[in-house]
Design a protein around this ligand. Structure first.
Ligand code: NAD
Length: 542
């Protein structure tokens, strides 16, 4: 095509309300009913071919764990190697395809998702990952659409970054795909993260082996089908599940492994980094290592701030999606004078939160993701109930008879280094430390030093000097810092998301910074009239 294409300027996808009487509510309810009656057989998808190994595992609804909604096939060593070979086969044509054609596939996927696929993705996310309608909408619909539209826009901007000219010389930058395959490994908690981890390197011309989390298999399978429906060629993204350490060991020992795109827990990411280090002599290129990991996100409230706003920030920030957002508030530092007013209303509000099956739209929260998560979260609550250093103020009830339900729980810690102030719990548990009003500056130091993580955090204050002081003291304590707002709900293109320290490589998912990790620039200098004499003027005698 002769013409310089231009990607439409993206705007964030509007979040639908699902209020009673809306057409989206009716469509979602009917799709929930349809999917609730199915058991989807999820194959591996390698080189465009659906492969069924017969070695399957069950995918269940966390809020009704006897209800199987899918059976997914596991890859063995042979299929894992096939996935890499399929990625290698697809690499040449995909990486050299005109970038507008690649972008068009993602723009089409975004439009399909905004239209006919919206409720397929939302319903599967609600049923498989126990999200409410609203939480599914902002994740599986809006954020994926934004990833694709903004990604195409940033791709064009990157390709437009070109070097300086010089007389007689034409300088160009070519943003090549990496030489090899990218390994994308996604977590359970956001359907959009899977779409981004696999999709973004592909947008820049890379080919990918994608391993989703077991508990997010259903929605992630539909993401893969969406890519196919949008015209993604076979082998560009290869969808495999199975034994995670085995898949990882095989992929990280290949010479053509060229990058890892991970979101999940810090310990798992650290284990990858070590393996990559140990295998360095094997690789053709230095691999790109991109990982967004754990958090211990904070709220700190100054005595001069509005306790009503702090209450809402705690309830939404700590408990939406059962506290299983990477950004969820997990520790709060409240001044003693504010606590005197806040405690009663906060405890009452948390105690009143509705919990249950997300198909009942009156519920605000649902179940946690699986038995392992349930047991781990419960162990922190049990310990707090037994400890002299902490009190459970509200919640604490756990029941795994039908689903993995943990009631939203507030713990008050009597010392700032109590265990639930420090560890990532990844569930509906917020621990509060009440500080003396006079100890504001010391409390800022506590917030900064209590946890190895630095993902999100929020300060509530009115006085501008106080806000400035908190921003300085907590400069490295959060990659996403909020002033008078809850620390969750980052919107793509508006608050680029990611943390440093133990929270990851801070490559800001969905931003141009992340996209830059998936290209390898080639500088091209072309001389129009080549030199034919090797000597220089300074060499003349006179
Ligand atoms: P996880 O680390 O258990 O799993 C993530 C992925 O790694 C999954 O696909 C899993 O199968 C795989 N995996 C697990 N153990 C492995 C091993 N030993 N070898 C190879 N692969 C392995 O994380 P999760 O429970 O799915 O997600 C929750 C975690 O993710 C939390 O720590 C949360 O903070 C983090 N998270 C961070 C962000 C962020 O942007 N920083 C976003 C979402 C989630």
């Amino acid at each position: 095509m002769n013409g310089i294409a231009s990607i439409p300027t993206p705007i964030n996808e509007s979040v639908l309300s699902y209020a009673p009487g809306t057409s989206e509510r009716a469509a979602l309810k009917s799709e929930l009913q349809r999917q609730s009656q199915m058991v989807v057989d999820i194959p591996l998808i390698i080189g465009g071919e659906e492969i069924r190994t017969g070695d399957t595992f069950d995918v269940v609804m966390p809020h009704a764990h006897s209800h199987v909604i899918a059976r997914a096939h596991r890859a063995g060593p042979e299929e894992i190697q096939r996935a890499v070979e399929a990625a290698a086969t697809a690499h040449h044509d995909w990486s050299t395809m005109p970038w507008e054609d690649r972008a068009a596939i993602f723009l089409k996927a975004a439009d399909l998702l905004a239209g006919p696929w919206r409720q397929v993705l939302n319903a599967s996310t609600m049923l498989g990952q126990s999200k409410t309608a609203y939480q599914a909408e902002i994740d599986a619909a809006c954020e994926i659409i934004d990833f694709f539209r903004f990604g195409a826009h940033f791709t064009q901007q990157i390709y437009g970054i070109q070097p300086l000219p010089a007389p007689g010389v034409w300088n160009r930058s070519e943003y090549r795909a990496l030489e090899g395959f990218v390994y994308a490994i996604s977590p359970f908690n956001f359907t959009a993260i899977g779409a981004n981890l696999a999709g973004t390197p592909a947008m820049l011309g890379n080919t990918v082996v994608w391993k989703p989390a077991h508990s997010a298999m259903l929605s992630n399978y539909y993401v893969m089908k969406l890519f196919e429906a949008a015209g993604m060629p076979p082998g560009v993204i290869n969808f495999v599940s199975g034994d995670a350490p085995q898949i990882t060991d095989i992929l990280l020992s290949r010479s053509d492994f060229t990058g890892i795109h991970f979101t999940g827990s810090t310990g798992v990411f650290n284990s990858f980094w070590k393996k990559i280090g140990a295998n360095m002599s094997t690789y053709k290129s230095y691999p790109r290592i991109v990982g967004e990991t754990g958090g211990k996100n904070f709220i700190i409230a100054h005595p001069d701030s509005d306790w009503h706003a702090v209450k809402t920030a705690i309830v939404r920030g700590a408990f939406e999606y059962q506290g299983q957002k990477c950004s969820a508030a997990s520790r709060a530092y409240i001044s003693a004078s504010m606590w005197a007013e806040l405690e009663g209303p906060l405890v009452e509000e948390v105690g009143s939160l509705t919990m249950g099956d997300p198909r009942d739209f009156t519920n605000f929260v649902s179940a946690v993701i699986d038995q392992k998560a349930y047991d781990s979260i419960k162990s922190y609550i049990d310990a707090a109930q037994a400890s002299d250093d902490a009190d459970v103020l509200v919640g604490g009830e756990c029941d795994d008879s039908e689903g993995w339900f943990v009631r939203p729980t507030l713990i008050r810690a009597n010392k700032p280094d109590y265990i639930s102030m420090c560890d990532e719990i990844f569930g509906p548990v917020l621990t509060i430390f009440v500080y003396d009003d006079a100890d504001w500056a010391e409390t800022l130091t506590l917030v900064d030093q209590t946890s190895p993580y630095a993902l999100t955090g929020a300060v509530f204050a009115r006085d501008r000097n106080v806000i400035r002081e908190a921003m300085d003291a907590l400069r490295n304590a959060a990659g996403n810092f909020y002033i008078n707002d809850r620390p969750t709900g980052a919107v793509l293109g508006q608050q680029p998301f990611g943390g440093a320290r133990g929270s990851g490589t801070n490559d800001k998912a969905g931003s141009m910074l992340n996209l830059l990790r998936w290209v390898s620039a080639r500088s091209i200098k072309e001389t129009f009239v080549s030199d034919t004499d090797y000597t220089y003027p300074f060499m003349d005698e006179k």
